[in-house]
Each structure stands twice: as structure tokens, then as C-alpha cells.
Design a protein around this ligand. Structure first.
Ligand code: SF4
Ligand code: SF4
Length: 174
């Protein structure tokens, strides 16, 4: 998809993207309603996933000596902003002076301080191989259920983005 790029750490770029998304959702009420309905399912899948993260991944990440969490990973892209708007979430307040590869400003002693559905999507789908390998080795059946829920999350998210994109393209051409 060729949505506009949201430039890392640039407040104007972020605000422009948010304003554009909010305006389109206000203008295209049919699209906004369909997206709102899909976002309920997305939220449920986030909730269904949470026990797996809590039980199988967070314990490994908490022990990590070199967490992969850096500021640029926590910064939302355009698609993240669409999904946050669809779910009725405001984006977390971001320190725009933060360096891109410094430890993420949302990283606390006990891991990420943001609720998962407020994070950029990469923060949900990305784990290093060690996490996946240890998770699978510990409980293969749970790992399979986790994979299936992650696939469902991805599909629901893509459907929201697809609906938004359809309206966006129509507005570009009108
Ligand atoms: S995903 Fe891997 S590298 Fe990233 S914090 Fe967890 S254990 Fe560390
Ligand atoms: S998971 Fe949280 S702490 Fe890690 S990069 Fe994402 S927002 Fe930052």
C-alpha cells in the first residue's frame, strides 16, 4: 500500500496523518461504521492473545540483556494510525526529541508500559527467533493456538486497512 510515510519523530508529519485519517472517517460514515464493527473483533482477538503473551513471551523478554525495543519501533506508521483511529484509541504521547535507536521511551522495568493494542503493530508481531523457539519448545499446542490467533489478528487488521484504503483512493480521485 502506498499510504503517506509518517516521518519518525516529526510532530507535524504525525499530526497531519492523524488529521487526514480522522477527517476521512468523519466524511465517509459508511466506511467508518464498517470499520468500527471490525475493530470490535480485532479488540477481542487482542484480548484472546494476551494470556499467551503473558505466559510465554514476556517472561523471556523481561530477562533479555539487549531488548530490541528502540524508539523507532515504537513510533506508529500510517497503517497503525488507521487502526488506532478505528479502535477509538488516541496515540500515546510521544517525545519527539527521542533518538531513533535509543531504548524505547515506553520501555519500563517490567517491559512495555503501553497496552498492546496501543502499540505499533510491529511491536505485536515481532519476536526474535529465541522467543518463538522457546515458546514452541515449551508448549507446542499453545504455540499453534497463538499462531492461529496472530493470523486472525493480521487478517482483521488488514480488512480495516483495506476498507480505509478503498475510501482513501476514491477521495483521491474525486
Ligand atoms: S524479542 Fe528477543 S531481542 Fe526482543 S526483547 Fe524479546 S528476547 Fe529480547
Ligand atoms: S513494545 Fe513497547 S517498549 Fe517495545 S518498542 Fe514497542 S512500544 Fe516500545
Amino acid at each position: 500500500m502506498d499510504f503517506p510515510e509518517v516521518v519518525f519523530g516529526n510532530q507535524c508529519s504525525l499530526q497531519d496523518a492523524i488529521s487526514f485519517i480522522e477527517k476521512l472517517m468523519l466524511d465517509d460514515k459508511e466506511m467508518a461504521q464498517r470499520i468500527a464493527s471490525l475493530s470490535k473483533g480485532l479488540n477481542e482477538t487482542y484480548q484472546d492473545l494476551e494470556p499467551y503473551f503473558a505466559e510465554y513471551t514476556e517472561s523471556i523478554c523481561k530477562e533479555c540483556d539487549h531488548p530490541c525495543c528502540v524508539n523507532r519501533h515504537g513510533f506508529p506508521d500510517f497503517e497503525d494510525l488507521i487502526v488506532l483511529a478505528a479502535m477509538g484509541h488516541h496515540i500515546p504521547s510521544f517525545d519527539f526529541s527521542a533518538q531513533d535507536i535509543s531504548p524505547c521511551q515506553f520501555l519500563g522495568k517490567e517491559g512495555c508500559t503501553l497496552k498492546r493494542c496501543y502499540r505499533s503493530y510491529r511491536c505485536t508481531w515481532y519476536f526474535c527467533d529465541e522467543v518463538f523457539d522457546r515458546f514452541e519448545a515449551r508448549d507446542r499446542a499453545a504455540y499453534k493456538r497463538f499462531e492461529s490467533l496472530m493470523t486472525s489478528l493480521c487478517h482483521k487488521r488488514q480488512e480495516i486497512i483495506r476498507l480505509f484504503e478503498k475510501s482513501w483512493r476514491k477521495n483521491l480521485w474525486e
